[in-house]
Design a protein around this ligand. Structure first.
Ligand SMILES: NC(=O)c1ccc[n+]([C@@H]2O[C@H](COP(=O)([O-])OP(=O)(O)OC[C@H]3O[C@@H](n4cnc5c(N)ncnc54)[C@H](OP(=O)(O)O)[C@@H]3O)[C@@H](O)[C@H]2O)c1
Length: 290
């Protein structure tokens, strides 16, 4: 059985998770909208993830909307094995499936209450403040964090994280509350956050890359394919193994609607990358196609 990459504790929380987790964004239908193509398979993916020892699930009430949370609840309620559940606020979906900001205090509190209800949990362990854009000013970041803290005070939320945030925005948030994780766009090809990962590692704070496999356009690279063949693993497994090797504070939440992919992703946590292959992977930054 995979050791799921070992464990990491969200600082100051007592919440320890395996470094291989699960992202729920692929559970709803195409475009993260509406019911899944295969309802039973979606439930089976969530159940097998938890049965395999995954104890960190990332979600949002705007996935579906509400569909991802409902599927997690249907699969796991009453949560005899309770994973750490991380959700996020800051967005909503338009009737045309568009992604729109939802950042007022009222929208934030309402979104947290919706998460609690749709997941069937008394409390969301961690809520990430998901910023729409790097230009959100510090005062606005602080206000959004305060709105989540008001839900910590009401017992609806355990701890606060940040998402899609610059280093300066994370610092602004840290002025209001302890930030227990940062979830940003990062993978083998896209490494703008290298300095942030190291800075958070020094503070004992997990960095959780979203789109670890490239998201809506999974990473494509002839060189990655070739290196994966040499290790007898799939390119996506090598991309995940590289992330786990990147820094001990990196926690993974790859998203999948497929049992076969879930199993591959779990197995990726056991892939050892020899030094010479690691060097070649490190050189792939910014080179999506070779
Ligand atoms: N904070 C934010 O703003 C934000 C933004 C985006 C995502 N997220 C979170 O991050 C999680 C991860 O991101 P993501 O799900 O968008 O993207 P991802 O994990 O980078 O990639 C998911 C895509 O890769 C495919 N896939 C998964 N495992 C695979 C495998 N072993 N082999 C081949 N293809 C595979 C999936 O398709 P199949 O379903 O066919 O496997 C899907 O198309 C999300 O689930 C969500 O929880 C957060």
């Amino acid at each position: 059985m995979s050791n799921l990459g070992g464990t990491f504790t969200f600082p100051g929380t007592g919440l320890t998770v395996h470094r291989m987790g699960f992202g729920a964004m692929q559970l709803p239908g195409k475009g993260v909208w509406g019911p899944p193509r295969d309802h039973e398979q979606a439930l089976a993916v969530v159940r097998e993830a938890v049965d395999s020892g995954i104890d960190h699930i990332d979600t949002a009430d705007f996935y579906g909307p509400e569909i991802a949370n409902q599927l997690i609840r249907e699969a796991l309620f009453p949560y005899p094995r309770r994973p750490v559940v991380v959700s996020k606020i800051g967005a909503k979906r338009g009737p045309d499936a568009s992604w729109r900001p939802a950042t007022s205090d009222d929208e934030i509190v309402a979104a947290i209450k919706r998460n609690v209800e749709t997941l069937g949990l008394a409390k969301i362990d961690i809520v990430n403040v998901r910023l729409f854009d790097p230009s959100v000013p510090p005062a606005e970041v602080e206000r959004m964090v305060r709105a989540v803290v008001s839900c910590v005070d009401r017992g609806l939320v355990g701890h606060v994280g940040m998402s899609n945030a610059s280093a300066g925005q994370v610092r602004a948030a840290q002025g209001v509350a302890p930030i227990v994780c940062v979830q940003n766009h990062y993978n083998l090809i896209r490494r703008a956050d290298d300095a942030m990962i190291d800075d958070l590692a020094a503070q004992g704070i997990p960095y959780v890359p979203f789109f670890p496999l490239g998201g809506f356009s999974p990473i494509q690279s002839g060189r990655l394919d070739e290196l994966a063949r040499r290790l007898d693993v799939t390119p996506m497994q090598l991309a995940l193994a590289w992330l786990l090797a990147r820094s001990p504070n990196v926690l993974l939440i790859p998203g999948t609607s497929s049992l076969a992919h879930l199993r591959e992703n779990i197995a990726a946590a056991s892939v050892e990358i020899p030094e010479e292959i690691a060097r070649e992977l490190n050189a792939l930054a910014g080179k999506p196609v070779s």
